[in-house]
Ligand binder design. Structure first.
Ligand code: XMP
Length: 519
């Protein structure tokens, strides 16, 4: 596939929501995988010589004139192909089958039945005859192309899966890559190992070696500035870069006054002079300029854009001081990219280091070595790089910091309130050992004030919201059932110790429909 991987799978992206998830599932099976646009020329695909190709889902209809397509010769290269959702319809359409608007659309968990013809199917080895799969389609394959056998169906979908084993062409209308497809992992593994013949000799260490090589080739003897927040992603990016270019890298940590309690000093003690790493580290205390820019601003996207822009301006200034810095390194990871609505997906919120970037950035290039990885993959890279556990397992903290955990206008007083409440909450959760299964937990400041009674007097103060979620990839999350005793203790400490708060609420919402952060 390339100089760093003996074998690999190519995912051709037709614009679906789960495309990187396919790549991640393949990598979980220790097979290298890259996602490329569906427009990748056939000659390049041949040069890459993947062991298999996966065509993703997408929002189009194959029979519409301007829909995304691929060269039909793709199916005659002798390389196994798995079409998923739109990819399956495209395969059917280009090879002579029929695709139409389905009389009944299917969304969500659906029981799919394997037909007797599936008994010898390599794709469905070890899969139950009736299995729950995730469907999301308005079109369907009405008639499979000649030479194909139908291998699965649902009451309303006559071709839930089809294959031409001789030509190594496979297709599923459902999404094997999502967790809700109960045996989807098994199906993808079957495709990668049994159909494509992969051996599974790829490890995260290969990603590191490959990335370090690429970074060296790109940056050469130039200089780079890494935007270091002390969180998992930017810490991993910083250590990866320092492995690649050593002292040509300067890590700049901006204390924007929106960090958690004492966090600025903690980050400095790890990465600064006398810390654990041999890095050039600069701390910029920029609280006042961030607060000034945020004054009077209440709209969440505006806040994100302002913070994102101000970060860049600080980095540009620091780069000028260092001199001849061409590259800005950021620890952007895949969920940041997808939620910022790049590519064909809808914008959920502009993650400050992606969609929150100003139009003009005074660096030659932005380097984002973790851009295609999910959070848990980044943690694995961190472990491989030898980062300490407490850093690798640190819960995520968003770039815009407390700015998006304070609903409405950000003021110094509100920052102080949320910092104190959050510190108490984290302390109590950790003390009770209730943090083991939590992906993220924090306090946010609602913009709601309500009436209370303290001592013998009336109060009219803010409500703090506590949030705790369980998640592995941060794309979806469930609200955690924290022990009541922990919530009670936290509540009583917050209202007693934090001035300006007289009420504490617990957020029971999952993602979707909420997001993890409040803004
Ligand atoms: P949401 O709130 O979108 O968050 O469900 C998903 C994950 O991303 C983190 N997050 C961010 N991280 N810049 C970041 O670096 C951002 O602008 C940003 N917004 C959200 C969030 O903390 C959660 O882990």
């Amino acid at each position: 596939m390339n100089e760093m991987a003996n074998e690999g799978i190519l995912v051709l992206d037709f614009g679906g929501q789960y495309n990187q998830l396919i790549a991640r599932r393949v990598r979980e099976d220790h097979v290298y995988c890259e996602v490329h646009p569906s427009t990748m020329p056939l000659s390049e695909i041949e040069r890459m010589a993947p062991k298999g190709i996966i065509l993703t889902g997408g929002p189009n209809s194959v029979y519409k004139a301007d829909s995304a397509t691929c060269d039909p010769k793709l199916f005659s290269l002798g390389i196994p192909v798995l079409g998923i959702c739109y990819g399956s319809q495209l395969m059917a359409h280009l090879l002579g089958g029929t695709v139409k608007t389905a009389p009944t659309s299917e969304y969500g968990k659906t029981v799919v039945s394997l037909v007797p013809a599936a008994s010898g199917s390599k794709l469905f080895q070890g899969v139950d005859a009736e299995t729950v799969c995730w469907m999301s389609h308005t079109d369907y394959i009405e008639q499979a192309p000649e030479g194909f056998v139908v291998t699965a169906e649902t009451p309303v979908c006559p071709v839930a899966a089809m294959e031409n084993a001789e030509r190594k062409l496979y297709a599923t209308q459902f999404h094997p890559e999502v967790m809700h497809t109960a045996q989807g992992k098994r199906m993808l593994k079957n495709f990668v190992y049994d159909v494509c013949g992969c051996k599974g000799d790829w490890r995260m260490g290969d990603f590191i070696a490959r990335t370090v090589e690429k970074l060296r080739a790109k940056i050469g003897s130039g200089r780079a500035l890494c935007a270091l927040s002390g969180g998992v992603d930017s810490s991993v990016a910083a250590v990866l870069l320092s492995k690649a270019i050593g002292k040509q890298l300067t890590c700049v940590f901006v204390d924007h006054g929106l960090l958690r309690k004492d966090e600025g000093d903690q980050v400095e003690s790890v990465f600064g002079e006398g810390g654990s790493y041999d890095l050039q580290f600069v701390r910029v205390n920029a609280k006042d300029r961030f607060y000034a820019k945020l004054k009077g601003v209440t709209e969440p996207e505006r806040k994100r854009k302002i913070i994102g822009e101000e970060f860049i301006r600080v980095f540009e200034e620091e780069a000028k001081k260092i001199g001849a810095v061409d590259y800005l390194v950021q620890g952007t990871i895949y969920p940041d990219v997808i939620e910022s609505g790049l590519g064909n997906s809808a914008t959920i919120k502009s993650h400050h280091n992606v969609g929150g970037l100003p139009d003009y950035v005074d660096f030659k290039e932005i380097v984002e070595p973790l851009r295609l990885l999910f959070k848990d993959e980044v943690r694995e890279v961190g472990r491989e790089l030898g980062l300490p556990d407490y850093l690798v397992n640190r819960q995520p903290f968003p770039g815009p910091g407390l700015g998006i955990r304070i609903i409405g206008e950000v003021t110094e007083e509100k920052v102080k309130i949320v910092q104190e409440a959050d510190a108490i909450y984290r302390e109590e959760v950790a003390k009770a050992g209730a943090d083991k299964n939590l992906g993220q937990y924090f306090a946010a400041l609602t913009n709601m004030r309500s009436v209370g009674v303290m001592g013998d007097g009336r109060t009219y103060d803010y409500a703090i919201a506590l949030r705790a979620v369980m998640t592995s990839d941060f794309m979806t999350a469930e609200s955690a059932q924290l022990p009541w005793a922990v919530l009670q203790k936290t509540t009583s400490r917050i209202v007693n110790e934090v001035k300006g708060v007289n009420r504490v609420l617990y957020d029971c919402t999952g993602k979707p429909p909420a997001t993890i952060e409040f803004e």
